[in-house]
Design a protein around this ligand. Sequence first.
Ligand SMILES: Cc1cc2nc3c(=O)[nH]c(=O)nc-3n(C[C@H](O)[C@H](O)[C@H](O)COP(=O)(O)OP(=O)(O)OC[C@H]3O[C@@H](n4cnc5c(N)ncnc54)[C@H](O)[C@@H]3O)c2cc1C
Ligand code: FES
Ligand code: FES
Length: 1308
Amino acid sequence: MAIDTDDKITKNYLTFYVNRKKIIEKHAEPNWTLVYYLRTKLNLTGTKVGCGTGGCGSCTVVISKYNPLTKSIAHFSVNSCLTLLCTLDGCHIVTVEGLGTTHEPKGTLHPIQRTIAENYASQCGFCTPGMCMSLYDTLANCCKDKRLTLHDIEDTFNGNLCRCTGYRPILDGAKKSFADKEICEGLIVEFPKELGEEYVSKPIHLQGTNIEFYRPTAMGQLFDLRKQFSNSDEIYFIAGNTGETFDAIVHQHRYSRLVHLTGISELQQLSEQSNGLSIGACVTISQLKDHVQQYQEQQLFRILSEQLDFNADRQIRNQATVGGHVLNHSRKHTSDILPIFYVCQTKLRFVHLLNKKEIEINIQDIKTTDLNDLLLVSIFIPFLSTDEYLQSYKQAHRRKHDTGIVTGAFRLKLNEKTQRIQSFYMAFGGFGDGVILVPEKTMDYVNKGELEWTKYEVMTNVKNHLLEDVQLDKFSENGQPEYRRALVISFLFKFYLHVANQSAELFQKQRPVSHSEQIFDTSKQTKYVHQPSIHHNAYIHATGEAKYVDDLPSAHNTLHGALVFSTKCHANILSINAEEAESTPGFVKFYTYYDIPPTGSNRFGSIVKDEEVFPSKTVHCMDMVIGLCVADTEEHARQAARLVRIEYEELTPVILTIDEAIEHESYLGPPGQQEPVLETGNIEKGFNKSDHVLEGTFYSGAQEHFYMEPNAYLAQPISEGHYTQLHLYASTQGASTVQESVAEALGLNSNEVICHVLRVGGGFGGKESRNIIPCIATALAAYNLQQPVRLCLTREEDMKLTGHRHPFKFHYKVGFMKDGQLKSVDLQLFANGGCTTDSSLLMLERAMLHCDNIYKCENMRVRGRVCRTNLPSNTAMRGFGGPEALLVAEVIIDHIHSYLQLNDDPSIIRELNMYKPGERTYFSQELEKKDWHVPQMWKKLKELGQYEQRLKDVKEFNKQNQYRKRGLSIIGTKFGIGAPSALFFHQAGALVTIYKDGSVLITHGGIELGQGLQIKMIQITAEQLDIETELIRFHETATDKIPNATPTVGSLSADLYGPALINACEQINKNLAPIKRKHPASSWKELIERAYQERVPLSAHGFYGVPEKFIKCNYAKNEINFMYFTQGVGMSEVEIDCLTGDFHIIRTDILMDFGKSLNPFIDIGQIEGAFMKGVGYLTMEELIQGDSQHSWISQPGSLHNADPNKYKLPMANDVPIDFRVTLLNEHEMSDQAVCYSSKAVGEPPLFLSATVFLAIKQAIAAYRTGREPFLLNVPLTCERIRMACKDEIVDSVVTEDKDHMFYACGSF
Ligand SMILES: Cc1cc2nc3c(=O)[nH]c(=O)nc-3n(C[C@H](O)[C@H](O)[C@H](O)COP(=O)(O)OP(=O)(O)OC[C@H]3O[C@@H](n4cnc5c(N)ncnc54)[C@H](O)[C@@H]3O)c2cc1C
Ligand code: FES
Ligand code: FES
């Protein structure tokens, strides 16, 4: 039944505008998200889906709406993946396509898009439309009355993840174009007049297939609506709809009647009254933030505003309502805001929907109040008296856009004269289902008598009471019991300092605006190569016109797939039952191992075929692909997949960690294979000659690739009689690998399968092999059904299925002399490979060849094993074992330094051990004088970064500050290029085609992942043919053009495909030479026309194989050779909050030797992106699975944090505040490297992020009493930093195994 009132007629359709175009939508389903609608119904695929859960910002669009209360147009960015279309009546939706396009005549690009494109601010381009829209939001909100400050811009991107750029060029580009400049209204997309003042917001009722939607516009309508149903739970309220019920509405249809509240003006009032602030339940968090920000002199407003600044991100704050937050977080989830509301004794005002009576309750009574039929109308926060102290705190895994691990608020009133406590309130978030913890015992104690605030025993008693109130054990949800208890006490201590007016002693969460510098030389001898040139797709990235697999149009008969996964980590499959699934509407077929054709093969493996495409009997880990459901729509396919029932018989043992694998001697590799060993000198003799011998164990964790484009596949069969050509579109790093794997599984010849790759939204190793099984599944279904089938993984599926960087355990024994000179190193490596081999053994090889970093040790033994565990197979990841092993070298040096304590400068011991020109590594590769640049770069960076002076400053700072400490670290790196044991890998093909009009099309086997490979290849072709880059296009990588291509991995592609293209161009130039001689004055176009007339071939296939002399691999003789080493030096200074574990990177300097860089700005982008990825790996990215260290996760082997709301990558707020990158100058460069004297770029700089790890460690050391050495594991999360800052607080929360805490738990 529809709502109807006397004065308003209910609408059963939606009216809105998208990019100035009016849409009347009569068939909207209430569970359609905006992004679904934009992409599938309007074909506006510029808006991307990186997560679908509000965590990444790639789906950002801007909503503009007339606000009758303020009589102005409000512009606000939202995550369109969380926004329901039916809530948008009367809105103007602006997407990236609405800003500008490359289609129209030049000049129609929006300045935002031009800025992002021309400042090298896009790499893979997948996050770019979202970035543009966030910047548009900032501009739109300031165009009327003010100029944008640097600070406004710095804050703009804190809701958007980018995995490629490291954010620096995005921030810099935006600042350069818009900071301190007048922002004119012309930059804002015109608001449709029809939606302005005159627009009447009518009540809405939509009847969908499964769900009804109501939008009342007045309280009366809501009361009437309620009366129509017998039970209150027949209707479900939504406000911002960012709460936990989102998934239940969108995907599970759990609520059949939705009532959207934000159209009711009574719920939107925000007013100051004489005694407090009244906030309508539907006021958004952003509106509250904007309001309180204006009145900083009011203590309550100032504290609220500070806290809100760290609450979620702007997109979420723009959508989420204060009322929704209160109700959502009073029942579950940590809240940033509720602790303040609690200590301020906030009142909640409800109205009863049936009897219309108003009810007011204290916020702390919410847990015990029956909320049936109650509508929250407003929230009332009483003002504080001026003599009260109020403060609130939050510590999250990441500062911005992350829910707190613990949040807390304190409010205190003291007797001014006696300093005795008159009243003291406190409340904490982050304690399981209690949500807001009001520490009863502590409150009783502090409020029972007039205690003396400054007395030592009083604070000690408060602390002890608090610890009793905050009881947690290792089974507590979200783990980290000791850390969370430590945070409560640390917050109390911070509050104590605040009251004592000593806040200046404390770490400041707000950072200054970041800035940067890039220094490089360009070559005078070349026109195109070695010159900075923007990414060849930069403009279409910024307009959203660049297409990724999931953006490709579907043929009318396209079907959709959804995977079925194992839910046990080691079990036999007893039965698979798809009967229920078959009854899903639109169901087509369910595929398992049974459907692999007899001529095909169910065996799979990128190097060793030790796994199955679909398990025929046993599952070896959680989330193995068991089958694929195919249906007419994605929604139906997913529905069906959820209904496939599988019975298991669980098996033992279940091995999850490295230590468990060692205990069970469970290793990957051929049975009976000896442990690989690399050895030089005689380690025993070395130990005997050493003055000191130390041992240590060090763990490093996994890392998720988190490319922004989740894996997607489209398989299109084209049949002609008995012959089928299967076209595959996949987001892969290896087109030929996909082609070969699919052909083998389906029993086809490779010439029947063509894999096409246009571009990939980031890969980092994760799209090399682990993404092939879903591709085979998609191809199998398409081939079998003879219909196109598409499959796009959700972020959660992608994270669970495609493996990670390998966790490692290193055990070392090191002998050294009194002065720190290395004498002997014995090192054992264990990597957690997961359940199959994948590329783990090659990865181990690389790790074993990088254990020296830049240090010479004449006696060295390295042994390594890959553990077989019941986890999804781990795989290649940027650096491929290199950074992990390089880090252990630094850990050993650091251990020696802190053991000897010869001086305060750890760089001295590094210099002492650094390889000298001409010395050989422990695998016999000579570091030839002309090619070993680290010593010289080290000296140069020390000067550039004023190392000596800053080390003194850091010491002085640490003397002056008790609770925040700084550290400064400098390290170098050498990264081997090539894969010594895989010579076949080092080959490449390329095709250059010239058309009669002179335009040139190039292709080769390499794939554009965002690294700028294609622009470099275009530059090389332009240089070789001596033509403008504009004449050259790269279209796609495809297996019918270039066969047997090496996957795009190992930073090698420019080294391989560059020479292959040169080879092709040389052939063409040779063909053209006689005509050029005859017609020297001809233009390029004329030349080609003549060549055509004279029947000269205008297309050539180029080939390149790296000469064998550059790659050696003889383990028996201990002679291994990389092609060369990319080298670099980095320096970072950090400041840590010793009480919480938070930190800032104050400054980073990097100096890299890329030979003669092919494209300096593209390469600097690689340095910055790799550095930030490394910062994530070493600090905040912690993958947590159910294992012995995480007893609170009920399912062993299941990944707990498989989405960006729980797994935290660095954001714009985490970039070094001062970030300087220099490329080694031309005159200092090697002539050894292969392509135009350039060197490989993508992976080597990642390790320099270890400067941050080591600097944090130094800062921790400066806080700890006692100077004994201590070891820290990776990632060095805020938990580990805080717990390593050993003090009274840590001692009071660690009850058992005190030492163990400093190596806090993790999934290794
Ligand atoms: C990606 C993401 C990041 C986030 N980060 C943070 C963070 O860092 N810190 C933090 O504290 N929070 C965070 N949040 C939570 C967010 O701030 C919101 O508080 C929360 O999502 C709910 O707000 P909402 O208006 O969307 O509520 P909704 O989802 O619309 O509603 C929540 C519940 O309240 C009920 N309800 C809503 N309004 C009323 C009413 N007037 N009367 C009666 N019942 C009502 C609904 O039925 C529902 O049960 C995050 C959320 C997301 C999605
Ligand atoms: S896709 Fe919407 S926030 Fe990630
Ligand atoms: S450019 Fe940002 S994710 Fe690739």
